[in-house]
Design a protein around this ligand. Structure first.
Ligand code: ASP
Length: 342
């Protein structure tokens, strides 16, 4: 990991209009870069963290920027080990610079909602964290990265950003980490809020919040991973018409500590998955999540079974919550309470 300070002098020489009014104290913003399309050009070569930030000199109107390159990977290569390193690094950086107003993380969009949700449950301070990416590479016409990055900083430094948990800013929308899904392969409006809606919006002159996340997060989270170097492994199995029960046996017998079933609407499962209801409560936990974007699975853990109901969490987010839950307990009823609370 290399920490770079943006060369303010050079920027000011290049863009004298950016020179702030004398005595203006600007908020300190730390931008952590991880890679993704926002840090890429079409030929797939990648842009280093400091260069990515230099491409948006307007940032200096709003904040004193520091940048740290955490990684430079496509986010399909993100892992739970990297999540742990990331949240632990954030903890150290905030201890070193407690006056940091917010942290903005540039990230690929493939797993952005997963990283955001993990941080939402493990970053235990109220310094806002905003994740941002882009759907177009930096050399495409109408690249969305620069505007998204500027918007992310504007959201992070706004007073209302405090206590909103970890957020994602894409395409002028502010989303709670828990409550968004990537819903398009290519378009700049790829990220959509779930039924719970956007937290707010970014307009040219103003950042406006309309609501706060209702589920517990960050300062109210009971998951503390600052001393961990790995998370309990949890697999996801996708249900489908004609699911072969051998697949379930395979996943149950793997050396994981829990399983998430991505089921049909309402938590309904195929005949091949149905035997999970007969497993004893002592079995490793099995979370049932619906693969449908809208609505939720109603209800709670059926008594005497190892089944936990994911409510409206996607399978990928349910896996993250189950991994964190398993750092504290294997009690099924207790884990179900986490799925109601977070
Ligand atoms: N390949 C990218 C990633 O790192 C996709 C993106 O950023 O939009 O997830």
């Amino acid at each position: 990991m290399h920490k770079h300070k943006i060369c303010l002098l050079l920027l000011i020489c290049l863009y004298p209009g950016l020179l702030p009014a004398q005595n203006t104290v600007k908020p300190k913003v730390l931008i952590i870069t991880t890679g993704g399309t926002i840090a890429s050009v079409t030929d797939s070569s990648s842009i280093e963290g400091p260069e990515l930030i230099r491409a948006v000199p307007q940032l200096l109107k709003y904040a004193d920027i520091e940048v740290e390159e955490f990684s430079n990977i496509g986010s399909s290569r993100m892992t739970p080990d990297l999540w742990l390193k990331l949240v632990q690094r954030i903890g150290i950086l905030l201890e070193e610079s407690p006056d940091t107003k917010c942290i903005v993380i540039t990230h690929g969009t493939d797993t952005m909602e997963e990283t955001a949700f993990f941080l939402n449950l493990t970053h235990t301070r109220n310094t806002p964290i905003v994740l941002v990416g882009s759907m177009r590479t930096s050399d495409e016409i109408s690249a969305d990265g620069p505007a998204n990055l500027l918007n992310a900083v504007r959201v992070g430094i706004s007073e209302e950003a405090r206590d909103k948990g970890v957020m994602v800013v894409m395409n002028d929308n502010i989303s709670a980490a828990r409550d968004l899904r990537k819903a398009h392969n290519r378009r700049v409006d790829a990220f959509q809020a779930t039924d719970r809606g956007y937290l707010g919006f970014v307009d040219p002159g103003k950042v406006t919040f309309y609501q706060s996340p209702s589920k517990s997060h960050t300062v109210n989270s009971e998951f503390n991973v600052y001393a961990l170097d790995s998370l309990p492994p949890v697999d996801i199995v996708q249900d489908f018409a004609g699911f072969d029960p051998d697949i379930l046996d395979y996943f149950i017998n793997r050396p994981n500590q829990g399983l998430v079933v991505s089921s049909f609407a309402g938590g309904r499962v195929s005949k091949g998955v149905a035997p999970i209801i007969k497993l004893p409560v002592e079995h490793k936990p099995i979370v049932v999540s619906s693969s449908i974007k809208g609505g939720r699975i109603m209800g709670s853990n059926p008594p005497g079974t190892p089944i936990i109901v994911a409510n409206d969490l996607s399978a990928n987010k349910a896996r993250i919550l189950l991994m964190l839950a398993l750092t504290k307990t294997t009690d099924i009823a207790q884990i179900q309470t986490y799925f109601h609370r977070y």
